[in-house]
Unconditional design. Structure first.
Length: 221
């Protein structure tokens, strides 16, 4: 995951180290049985997975930015992605081959206001908000986003439909970007994207091949 140096976020993958107290031997054995034989992995495997992930993120984000500029007016995808954690740190898998990142974006020039949602007792629901467009006339500047259903009217209020934003906008951009990247690297890797609300997963398959001078890491599978 992104490591912490003092009070500052270094935004770098951190090699996961599992430590158990002497009295936690039972817990350690239980977790090892649940995960399987691949409880530990080498630092070399970890570094290779990080290299492939970061290299992919740099190229796919550049392609996402290009696709956003071509297809959706005002949609700006930033390149300063936020590293979160590898699935291994959550004991989800026995291999360091799944990583989570957040990709910041904005709809340039669109003024939004957060509306906090409440329950039947009029109490605020933690983390539950909607985004309201402050000036309805603004949405005329984003015809492609409008056609995708990103803006919806509710009792006279224009809200951002985040489900449409993901399914009709970002999933479309990911599919286009993945297609372009696959055309570039036919003999090296294959990418495939799948959607699971609210996340989008991209699988990277690195092929075995004879060593070349481009220093691209090879999959040991």
């Amino acid at each position: 995951m992104a490591s912490i140096l003092g009070r500052y976020h270094s935004n770098a993958w951190k090699y996961p180290i599992d430590k158990f107290a002497p009295y936690e031997l039972t817990l350690q054995n239980f977790l090892q049985r649940q995960i399987g034989s691949s409880w530990d992995f080498s630092r070399m495997d970890w570094d290779r997975a990080c290299f492939v992930t970061d290299n992919f993120l740099r190229t796919i984000l550049k392609e996402l930015q290009n696709q956003a500029q071509r297809n959706f007016e005002g949609l700006v995808i930033r390149s300063d992605f936020i590293r979160q954690a590898s699935a291994r740190q959550g004991l989800k898998t026995g291999r360091p081959d799944e990583f989570d990142v957040l990709v910041p974006f904005e709809i340039e020039g669109l003024q939004l206001q957060e509306i906090r949602l409440t329950d039947i007792s009029d109490e605020y629901l933690p983390g539950q908000i909607r985004l309201r467009v402050e000036d309805l006339a603004q949405i005329e500047r984003y015809p492609s986003l409008r056609r995708a259903g990103v803006f919806e009217m509710n009792s006279g209020t224009c809200l951002v439909n985040t489900r449409a934003l993901q399914e009709q906008v970002f999933k479309s951009l990911i599919d286009k970007a993945v297609h372009e990247e696959n055309l570039k690297y036919l003999d090296v890797e294959k990418l495939c994207a799948m959607k699971s609300i609210p996340n989008i997963y991209i699988h990277i398959h690195v092929y075995k091949r004879k060593p070349t001078t481009d220093n691209r890491p090879q999959d040991s599978r």
